[in-house]
Design a protein around this ligand. Structure first.
Ligand code: AMP
Length: 112
């Protein structure tokens, strides 16, 4: 998707701080971290949100979650939060499916 920000990151057209990658997923640091560890895990294939990934290929959702868990372990987190925002009113600003991996400080619940 030429106009998709994360597709451009994945294509190497925009810089990213890579954490790790698998055949179908990519993890990189959020440009505006909301916690000491804030990593985004995305499918390399374009999908607008996580539910669209689930509808197209449920195994890819499992891969994204497994990759997020591997990131948390690699970062040495003793606990972490996975967030996916869907739709502008929920705070989704980039319409390419992604999981936020957040940790490294106590996280408030419920979130604001
Ligand atoms: P969301 O608002 O849930 O769609 O999450 C999008 C996230 O992407 C935000 O936390 C942004 O800070 C982050 N972001 C936007 N552009 C970049 C970029 N070029 N590299 C890394 N993270 C980015």
């Amino acid at each position: 998707m030429p106009d998709c920000l994360f597709c451009r990151v994945l294509a190497g057209e925009l810089p990213s701080e890579k954490v790790s990658a698998t055949e179908r997923t990519y993890a990189f640091r959020d440009i505006a971290p909301a916690a000491p560890t804030h990593v985004l895990v995305v499918p390399t294939e374009h999908h607008p949100d996580l539910a669209s990934v689930a509808a197209a290929d449920a195994s890819l959702v499992a891969e994204l979650i497994a990759h997020a868990a591997a990131v948390a372990e690699k970062e040495g987190l003793d606990g972490y939060r996975l967030v996916t925002n869907t739709g502008e009113s929920a705070g989704q600003s980039v319409p390419h499916a992604h999981l936020h991996v957040l940790g490294g400080r106590p996280l408030q619940w419920p979130p604001g």
